[in-house]
Design a protein around this ligand. Structure first.
Ligand SMILES: [Fe+2]
Ligand SMILES: [Fe+2]
Length: 319
């Protein structure tokens, strides 16, 4: 009897990465006007090579049932509860430990940002039952497309606004790569809260600012710690990476009581107040562009490479 070839979910992720890799070579060569070989000789390793990085477990970023099938959306919603339970247990000590464990550790060395992004194709956010098995690469490109296709009123927004939103979209979830290195979902995914009872008294000590608040740790803070050394990234873009998951910045809501907001907002600096509307605007795209799919969105890769080179020297960074 002929054997039946089973294509697993992971196989399919590899296949789309191969396609993307070929498209990238074509796009990069078209932009640079040089042969592929010369172009890539000057660059760090590509996404497919990065998969062989010591400590990286390519099957660590997406979990399945024991038989290899996907969890149902309902089952994923139920798992989200246990992921959030881990996240909610974080205290100041946990935050410090995670910061110590990951933020100063070099995982890849100097790499192209587009290569890092492609690795996100092997990660999903298990606390997000809307996206379900949609990869974080697809998600970031959905957000990028949503912003790219929107026109921003020049009377309302400054000249760099859209460009800054586009780069924020592309890089905002890079920190989710940590699940490929074994960090548990509860410390990588989820929305964040201020850790309870950690704010000093604003009347006595003045506003401590978002940068000094004890916020639950996830891909936001990790991504920020990796990106902050890049001086080309504007403050509002770094603020987006660092706080896009923070519930409190959205103001009073079902989850943030008025008194909590009053206490929190008393600690914001003028710079925080200037950045928050930008972060919230980007968060709107982050949430509203979510579509459950396995198809990598149609993006002009040459345009994305151009964007990355505007904000990163040669499109590369230390990670
Ligand atoms: Fe995020
Ligand atoms: Fe996101």
């Amino acid at each position: 009897m002929p054997s039946v070839e089973m294509t697993t979910d992971l196989d399919r992720r590899f296949q789309s990465l191969h396609v993307l890799d070929n498209l990238t070579i074509t796009a990069a060569a078209r932009r640079a006007g040089v042969s592929n070989k010369r172009l890539f000789a000057s660059r760090g390793p590509r996404a497919l090579d990065l998969l062989a990085t010591p400590g990286l477990n390519v099957s660590g970023g997406v979990k399945y049932n024991p038989d290899g099938s996907r969890w149902s959306p309902g089952a994923m919603a139920a798992k989200a509860g246990s992921i959030y339970a881990v996240h909610k247990r974080q205290d100041v000590g946990t935050r410090e430990k995670l910061q110590e464990k990951w933020s100063r550790k070099t995982l890849f060395g100097r790499v192209h940002v587009w290569d890092l992004m492609q690795l996100l194709h092997f990660t999903i956010d298990h606390s997000d039952h809307i996206l379900h098995y949609t990869s974080q690469l697809i998600h970031c490109l959905q957000v990028y497309n949503g912003i790219t296709r929107t026109s921003f009123d020049p009377n309302k927004y400054d000249a760099r606004y859209k460009r800054d939103m586009q780069i924020a979209a592309v890089i905002h979830d890079l920190g989710k790569l940590l699940t490929l290195f074994g960090e548990q979902d509860g410390n990588v995914d989820c929305m964040n809260r201020l850790i309870q009872h950690t704010l000093p008294n604003a009347n006595e000590s003045g506003a401590c600012g978002l940068a000094n608040m004890q916020i639950q740790w996830n891909h936001d803070e990790y991504g920020y710690q990796k990106l902050r050394r890049n001086l080309r990234l504007p403050r509002r873009v770094l603020a987006t990476v660092r706080t896009h998951s923070l519930r409190e910045i959205g103001g009073p809501s079902l989850r943030v009581f008025k008194w909590q907001w009053d206490e929190f907002s008393a600690h914001l600096t003028p710079e925080d107040k200037e950045d928050i509307p930008f972060v919230m605007h980007m968060r709107l795209f982050d949430q509203k562009t979510k579509r459950r799919t396995d198809v990598v969105p149609d993006v002009d890769i040459a345009e994305v490479l151009q964007l990355l080179e505007e904000y990163f020297e040669d499109g590369m960074l230390e990670w």
